[in-house]
Design a protein around this ligand. Structure first.
Ligand code: NAI
Length: 249
């Protein structure tokens, strides 16, 4: 039986960075938050930090065949899923000609196919509930061309596409689908991408009107808004949270 008095969220890649900040906002607002990740240490640190509303599950979302039973087990244990944040993602910075088919496929599998497969498994439970909110995490790499991230760009551009396609098909069933396009946010992923490449960092900040990196909590605030009733008439948007980076000169 669906319980109107509680909300249950899944945040993939919730053990670190942006996902952890989203999970933090959710637990702070009384949402039972299942944090899925691959790293036992990060998950136990997250549990320590977030407390009793945080429910870590060690699971690799790129293992597609396992996702339906993962979701069935969550439904068995929590009764419902109100919110899914598809945040887990990997980046791969390589020259176009150095990127192998396997590299490309690996990024697509984690950043795109897993998002599709997990969403499909979750939506099958959201449809009978008649409501739900899914948030996909996109990127500036889907807004404009970035060099040396060909597979990542492909995956994130496709995230924008499936966000719109899911929104038109699922919104009539009460399920809102939106994406957040983070600009340059201070996390481990950005450190790897930018700290070793000062020219790229200067370029990123140079076209960010606000002039500084964002914080993971900025994305957490946007996610909390998009899954709340305050956003009940919002579906199919790709919301940049980027200090103006996407419209910067
Ligand atoms: P991060 O590397 O700190 O966090 C990613 C998390 O996803 C990690 O905890 C990792 O263990 C988990 N993960 C990766 N593959 C997984 C898998 N197969 N199964 C389960 N968990 C898996 O990176 P960050 O920066 O927090 O990124 C989160 C999302 O935000 C990603 O989708 C990324 O593409 C996106 N993003 C980040 C930006 C930034 O500036 N940091 C900018 C734009 C988008």
């Amino acid at each position: 039986m669906y319980d109107n008095n509680k909300r249950v969220a899944i945040v993939t890649g919730g053990g670190s960075g942006i996902g952890l900040a989203i999970a933090q906002k959710f637990v702070d607002n009384g949402i039972e938050t299942i944090v899925i990740g691959r790293n036992e240490k990060k998950l136990s640190d997250a549990k320590q930090l977030l407390g009793e509303r945080c429910h870590p599950i060690n699971h690799d979302v790129s293992d597609l065949a396992s996702l339906p039973s993962l979701v069935d087990n969550i439904i068995r244990d929590f009764g419902q899923i109100d919110i899914l944040v598809n945040n887990a993602g990997i980046n791969m910075k390589k020259d176009f000609t150095e990127t192998t088919d396997e590299d490309f496929q690996q990024v697509i599998n984690t950043n795109l196919t897993a998002v599709f497969s997990l969403s499909r498994a979750v939506v099958k439970h959201m449809i009978p509930q008649g409501k739900g909110s899914i948030i996909n995490i996109s990127s500036m790499a889907a807004q404009y061309g970035m060099p040396r991230v060909i597979s990542y760009s492909a995956s994130k551009a496709a995230i924008d596409g499936i966000t719109r396609a899911m929104a038109v098909e699922l919104s009539p069933k009460g399920i809102r689908i939106n994406a957040i396009a983070p600009g340059f946010i201070a996390t481990a992923m950005t450190a790897v991408a930018l700290d070793s490449d000062p020219e790229r960092k200067n370029k990123a900040l140079g076209r960010t009107p606000m002039g500084h990196l964002g914080q993971p909590s900025d994305i957490g605030d946007a996610a909390l808004f998009l899954c709340s009733d305050a956003a009940k008439y919002i579906t199919g948007v790709i919301l940049p949270v980027d200090g103006g980076n996407s419209i910067g000169f």
